[in-house]
Design a protein around this ligand. Structure first.
Ligand SMILES: O=C(O)CCC(=O)C(=O)O
Ligand SMILES: [Fe+2]
Length: 328
């Protein structure tokens, strides 16, 4: 056998090393997702099996995603971002038959958010009632601008009395915040409302004005349903199908939005105040929590019972946008 000269041997070796390095680089270029679409791609994949795995962790070496930290907005930490008596990272949607997601049934009044078609990432926090979190929906500028428009116009929040109740007071200890209404036909109100309606598959103009709320220390809103139950409020031509709650500030302590009956646990004993069981989501500036007061077939969902827990430290600024459908 002929011996190979050292020169040829070293050239072959260089070629082999080059081929290995090139194929490793090609592999990463083709298969490693970019920083921005990691979450999105992975979430698309899990939705195919109807299991929404809430946490899609950010690769360890990824660039900072949120305010200089490497924490992904989906990496919610129990105790820090929420409390829950179930595992929100393992929320399962009902089987396809119950899912109402394909938007083909003409009787349905609206479609749920759908992880495969939504125009930005979101995460299901609860299946029954349906609650979704949309991280970083609002820019800091949008939050600050809504607060500065609302600040000089605040008044004590009110409630709507029941139709046959003798007590016609609209100021009630169940709700102690201050608030005002923000136009959604122009300016920042329109910008934000239009973006939400589009994402939630609702036609333009199908929301109420936006309610801007401020809760100071110990202020709260006891648990309630947002729809107007015709048995209590009389006939309604339209009603609230979806509530989008916008967090305009981060609260140091307390102020969680609370869902006593998440995840699907209807309790016999009414509990409007404890802020203990179910799910409590801690206000974080720029995030939005969306929940469905109605099923897509028009039935009201009593499990959508919710409230705002007392603020313990800091100030909670929020915006409520109600999306309405015809009830006929
Ligand atoms: O303050 C909250 O977190 C919830 C507010 C609310 O339920 C409402 O405005 O109807
Ligand atoms: Fe509410």
């Amino acid at each position: 056998m002929k011996s190979v000269s050292p020169r040829v041997r070293s050239n072959v070796l260089r070629l082999v090393i080059f081929a290995i390095v090139a194929s490793v680089m090609m592999f990463f270029l083709l298969f490693a997702p970019s920083k921005h679409d990691t979450t999105w791609q992975a979430r698309r994949a899990v939705s195919d099996v109807k299991t929404v795995n809430a946490v899609v962790s950010n690769p360890k070496n990824a660039a900072p995603l949120v305010n200089g930290t490497t924490k992904s907005p989906f990496d919610l930490v129990k105790g820090e971002d929420y409390f829950a008596d179930y595992d929100i990272h393992n929320v399962r949607l009902p089987d396809a038959g119950e899912d109402y997601d394909d938007g083909k049934n003409p009787k349905w009044k609206f479609r749920y958010l759908n992880i495969t078609t939504a125009n930005r990432p979101f995460i299901w926090l609860s299946a029954k009632p349906r609650i979704a979190l949309i991280p970083n929906f609002l820019s800091d500028e949008e939050c600050d601008s809504m607060i500065s428009i609302a600040s000089p116009r605040l008044e004590r929040s009110q409630v709507v009395p029941f139709q046959n109740s003798k007590n016609k007071n609209t100021v009630d200890e169940v709700r102690t915040s201050s608030q005002t209404w923000l136009d959604v036909t122009s300016g920042v109100g329109k910008q934000v409302a239009d973006r939400l309606l589009e994402m939630l598959h609702f036609p333009p103009g199908s929301s109420e004005m936006m309610q801007i709320l401020r809760y100071q220390t110990d202020q709260k809103y006891d648990a309630h349903n947002d729809y107007f139950d015709p048995r209590l409020y009389g006939p309604q031509a339209t009603n609230r199908a979806v509530t989008a709650f916008l967090y305009l500030s981060t609260v140091e302590e307390g102020g969680h939005t609370w869902f006593p009956d998440a995840d699907g646990k209807k309790h016999e004993q009414w509990d409007f105040k404890s802020c203990k069981r179910g799910l409590g989501y801690k206000p974080k500036k720029g995030n939005v929590v969306v929940f469905y007061d109605m099923m897509p077939n028009g039935d009201y969902d009593p499990l959508s019972l919710h409230g705002g827990c007392p603020v313990k430290k800091g100030v909670k600024w929020g915006g409520t946008l109600w999306l309405r459908v015809d009830t006929k």
